[in-house]
Ligand binder design. Structure first.
Ligand SMILES: Nc1nc2c(ncn2[C@@H]2O[C@H](COP(=O)(O)OP(=O)(O)O)[C@@H](O)[C@H]2O)c(=O)[nH]1
Ligand SMILES: [Mg+2]
Length: 325
């Protein structure tokens, strides 16, 4: 292990935010020597990880995720916790814009002593993002952040991946009629442990109440995820910072119920095993695609498959044989 890495470990264990930022940059790097350092780093701090509650926050663009996380985060800090926010935005790699928007919407939180906010630009493949986000989450825990929020834009497969690495999954929705309920994909509803109807203020307050009741009914029809917890629906105004304490109370109730039933620990164990295999999957696939023989053969085989001259199965076999040789 080099000096930089051992300095990072010391800094992390002291809760230094600059060391945390640098450690996350290291785990995000794809350079092979950085990867080696990153794995050593993660191993060295593993004993200091795990003692947090990991919360996924998702919802369609514009629902108020960033505003909510700002209000929620400040509330959590005031109860004496340290909060890390990891924001995954698959579009930010292209536009770069949403990070700036989030920085301003989370201005008070980013300036707060006990908070750490890190946008995770979507580095190409989604799987790659989730992979590094898991590692970043462990680093935040090692640095003493006992609440970790992973924010994801509710548009794609990212929800499933994020739900697979957090303890609790919170779905933010806007006030609206029955159509709104239809618009949220059923699959995402099934992942939610808590549905929060945001923007329950001003003209939207009455609609928020109705939407909240609709969701409360809808979640009862879903297959329960846990024996010790039934998905709830709440409403809040992130902008006016009302109803935020109820959301935090629900998070605590969720954690306590699942810890009592043993499901908290068993879920984490399941997630760790899934992580192991996805790490193997992704590394193998990466090595496969980077293999010189595979790279040499692939273009011609792709053309042959596209032209209908070779079956995809036969072409895949050729590539796999070239890889194994
Ligand atoms: N009325 C109202 N507007 C809100 C609330 N929360 C967020 N907004 C507004 O909704 C828009 C999108 O908010 P933002 O936090 O960026 O949403 P995100 O895309 O989900 O992160 C902004 O114009 C916010 O000011 C709320 O509780 N009430
Ligand atoms: Mg946002």
């Amino acid at each position: 292990m080099n000096q930089t890495t051992s300095d990072l470990i010391t800094g992390l264990r002291k809760g230094d935010r600059r060391s945390l930022a640098r450690a996350i940059t290291l785990v995000e790097s794809t350079r092979p020597d950085d990867r080696t350092e990153a794995v050593e780093l993660l191993d060295a701090v593993l004993d200091a990880t795990g003692a947090s509650i990991r919360i996924g926050v998702t919802g369609p663009p514009g629902v108020g995720k960033s505003t909510f996380i700002e209000a929620f985060g400040l509330h959590i800090l005031s109860s004496g916790h340290r909060l890390a926010v990891l924001a995954i935005d698959p579009s930010s790699a292209r536009t770069g814009g949403s990070i700036l928007g989030d920085k301003t919407r989370m201005g008070e939180l980013s300036a707060a002593e006990g908070a750490f906010i890190r946008p995770s630009p979507g580095g190409g493949r989604l799987g790659g993002v989730a992979r590094r986000t898991r590692e970043a989450m462990l680093l935040c825990e090692a640095a003493g952040f006992d609440v970790v929020v992973v924010e994801t834009v509710g548009v794609g497969q990212s929800e499933t991946e994020v739900a697979g690495m957090v303890d609790m999954f919170v779905l933010l929705v806007s006030p609206g009629g029955g159509d709104e309920l239809q618009g949220i994909k059923r699959g995402i509803m099934e992942l939610a442990d808590l549905v929060v109807v945001n923007k329950a203020d001003g003209d939207l307050e009455a609609a928020a109440g109705r939407t909240c009741a609709d969701y409360a009914n809808a979640v009862h029809l879903l297959q329960p995820k846990w024996t010790a917890w039934q998905t709830r629906a709440l409403q809040c105004s992130a902008m006016e910072r009302r109803g935020i304490d109820e959301v935090w109370a629900a998070v605590i109730a969720f954690r306590d119920s699942l810890q009592r039933s043993g499901e908290f620990g068993s879920n984490r164990a399941r997630q760790a095993i899934a992580w192991l295999w996805s790490e193997v999957d992704e590394t193998l696939l990466h090595d496969f695609k980077a293999h010189p023989k595979v790279r040499a053969l692939a273009p011609a085989l792709e053309r042959a498959v596209a032209a209908g001259e070779t079956s995809p199965t036969a072409a895949a076999r050729k590539l796999l044989n070239a890889f194994r040789q």
